[in-house]
Design a binder for this molecule. Sequence first.
Ligand SMILES: Cc1cc2nc3c(=O)[nH]c(=O)nc-3n(C[C@H](O)[C@H](O)[C@H](O)COP(=O)(O)OP(=O)(O)OC[C@H]3O[C@@H](n4cnc5c(N)ncnc54)[C@H](O)[C@@H]3O)c2cc1C
Length: 498
Amino acid sequence: MGTSHPSASPSCGGHFDFLIVGAGISGIGAAYHLHQRFPGSRFAVLDAMDGFGGTWWTHRYPGARSDSDLYTYGYGFKPWRGRSIATADEIRAYLGEVIDENGLAPRIRYRHKVMTADWSSQEQRWTLEVARTDSGETLTFTTRFLWMCSGYYDHGQGHTPQWPGLADFEGRVVHPQHWPQDLDCAGQRVVVIGSGATAATLIPALAGSAAHVTMLQRSPTFFAAQPWAHELEAPLRALDLPDEWTHEILRRAHLARNAEVVRMSFEQPEALRAFLIHETRAQLPEGFDVDRHFNPGYRPWQQRLALVPDGDLFAAIRGGQASVVTDTIECFDATGIRLASGQHLAADVVVTATGFNLHLFGGVPFGVDGEPVDFSRRVTWRGVMIEGLPNMAYLQGYFRSSWTLRVDLVCDLVGRVVEHMRAQGHAAVVPTLRGEDAGMPRLPWIDPDNFNAGYVLRAQHRMFRQGDRHPWKHGMEYPEERAILPGVRPDDSALAYY
Ligand SMILES: Cc1cc2nc3c(=O)[nH]c(=O)nc-3n(C[C@H](O)[C@H](O)[C@H](O)COP(=O)(O)OP(=O)(O)OC[C@H]3O[C@@H](n4cnc5c(N)ncnc54)[C@H](O)[C@@H]3O)c2cc1C
């Protein structure tokens, strides 16, 4: 446990060596690593919500679960002991253990929403204005080093398109980010708009009790049916090996499988498409129009590939409890949704599983010496820091591999940079373009040819940029970054220390 908590009461601001924003899987991982590496340092984690877990705190709809296996979605430092795919509650319980086992609870300040972040070169520190969401108080925190672990989307507001006639609909409209705990879908006609991972999770969970569930999509998504547990799990557990061994073996097994799928998605996309469609067809009734409903217009993994554990979504369709409609919404009316084809979908409940509003750094406006920071004019340093922002790191995970694989890699790199800074007696580190970087093209944060999910495309113009060369690129693939990031030297010529 670190030695000091500078403020007598958790409701006061204070000065810290490190402030982490976000108590999701990234922020808890960052706190663990800081605690291990800099045991005497003063640090705190600020989160706007009432509890830890981030994504797994916000998403409380029926059946909420991971898409990734927990052997790679769990941290490298703490073995996962359950089935590969985990429920939101199981993930929160795991994060709770990390907090308890490392004495992190007193560090975390809930209901603290960071409103602004300003760097002063004179004082060589960040000042954060923080609103307490319970008392309405505004607090001021200062820190030498700021670490944004605020995820990538707005937890307060999901993305809901404005369809004509929505106000006339007499049923209930809910967004999965704000699932009303009193909502009972038993016996109801439910329409889920969207066909991403959330829809794939919700539909089987509702299918047993609802009168019927319709998945309404404008265009299809790739789905992959996989068991809840990896086939090696039971034999390994039967050997009664140390948990660390079982975790590591299963982690490698999942990594190898995922790497092969991602490799195929780039090198043999049509072979992968044919395989996924073949597997999907095998799970659906004879004559089902698989091409219309399950064959997307994009390459596999150009958007997220949605998991169907044990084929549960397909079983619901086979059983007649769920169906798929691929069409465009023309308007809502009092009783449901009218589609461009003329079909009318009667509904009691409409779930808008239409995605996120992407949020850069928790929506916090940043300033450096009084100048507002326009992130769209800055490039990333290795997907870890931002050009021209001193003593600020961020944590963003992968889309095509488990998010958390990047947490351990980035935490190690940030730790080494801070150690170097301290060892050399510097107060600040700032990614700085070098002479050879002059004229470097400023490319989008994510190349749409590489990944083109709607929430990314909607927000590209607000995001930071990347260059066309290291160290100004934002890595998207774990196998590549696993080889690169551990070798990055803190005396990288693009890092200026002073
Ligand atoms: C339903 C769902 C399922 C998913 N499943 C997977 C999966 O299986 N595998 C995978 O790899 N990824 C998955 N993802 C992506 C997921 O977001 C990441 O895996 C991961 O949870 C992100 O963790 P995080 O801690 O970086 O951010 P988040 O979980 O988004 O947490 C960010 C935290 O920061 C806080 N915060 C933000 N802004 C501020 C502010 N201004 N002030 C104070 N606090 C702030 C928020 O309150 C929140 O608690 C899923 C996403 C969703 C929505």
